[in-house]
Design a protein around this ligand. Structure first.
Ligand code: PLP
Length: 285
């Protein structure tokens, strides 16, 4: 495997950053994960838009132009011969003697890009059976709209899910409403067929998959409401599912041990998953 690290393509096994990289020391970095389907980056424009927004919100310089970045992504994908999988890109504020405040302007942001193959069959099997989620209090900071590498609450939540035999942990805010998963957005379908997901302005990351699924849902003529929902509403819903660039649309069949509907993946989730394949994965980025 090959990785891109600060201007060089190197063997993945030897790829390294300096011990004073601010991402390593301070979590002073941002990232993107994009799906690769049929050799193409899915929703590349939306991912690069979000990357630029994250940079802007943290007053971080871009490591290179958008065009150059897309060339590096392409190169890493090609060198690893990935047809189906994911590409990871991370920008940190660079290498400088440890100090919380920003380093001088001469410090170059650091860029790392990796790509790996993923088994589409494993995703399909998960979609066929559905997954379980648990809930945990949302103890994150109030800028979760920025995709930063500072992911400790997400790490702790995901580990708790794993130990409980669940696929994902849903964060729950002080009002008892689900915000999002540790690495996914959260959705339900109500008893009267309304597709519900929390508004992106309130305490969640605006998932690229979320945005695309909203588009697809509207194309399918589904009724959509962007609002919060409680854990109780989700447990009583007709369907629940999650979205992300690597999980795509994955049905949820249990929440904190309570079976959702009849315990099988819902038809809306499955048709959105299929529509995502038909639309997003076939549109050149
Ligand atoms: N929410 C959080 C906290 C995430 O980390 C992610 C992705 O990693 C998502 C939502 C889903 O975003 P996307 O669809 O862009 O992968």
């Amino acid at each position: 495997r090959i990785a891109y690290v600060n201007g060089r393509y190197v063997a993945h096994a030897d790829a390294a950053v300096h011990i004073e990289d601010r991402g390593y020391q301070l979590g002073d970095g941002i990232y993107e994960v994009c799906e690769i389907a049929h050799g193409q980056v899915v929703d590349m424009t939306r991912h690069l838009d979000r990357l630029e927004r994250s940079l802007r919100e943290l007053s971080m310089r871009a490591p290179m132009s958008r065009k150059a970045l897309s060339v590096v992504l392409r190169e890493v994908i090609n060198r690893n011969r990935v047809r189906d999988g994911m590409v990871y890109l991370q920008v940190t504020r660079g290498v400088a003697p440890r100090d919380h405040a920003f380093p001088s302007d001469s410090v170059q942001p650091a860029l790392v890009v990796t790509a790996k193959r993923m088994d589409r069959a494993a995703g399909s099997r998960r979609a066929d059976t559905g997954v379980k989620v648990i809930t945990v209090p949302d103890n994150r900071w109030d800028r979760v709209d920025i995709k930063t590498t500072g992911l400790l609450p997400n790490v702790m939540a995901k580990q708790k899910a794993k130990e409980a035999g669940a696929y994902e942990a849903w964060f729950v805010d002080a009002k008892g409403e689900v915000t999002e998963g540790a690495s996914t957005n959260a959705w339900i379908v109500t008893k009267d067929g309304m597709l519900v997901t929390r508004a992106a302005e309130h305490g969640i990351l605006r998932g690229v998959t979320r945005t695309t699924v909203l588009d697809v849902a509207k194309q399918l003529g589904l009724k959509v409401e962007e609002r919060g929902f409680s854990v109780e509403e989700a447990k009583a819903a007709r369907e629940a599912f999650l979205t992300s660039a690597t999980s795509l649309v994955t049905p949820i069949v249990a929440i904190d041990g309570t079976t959702v509907a009849n315990g099988h993946p819902g038809s809306v989730a499955l048709s959105l998953r299929q529509a995502f394949f038909d639309v997003a994965e076939k549109t050149p980025a």
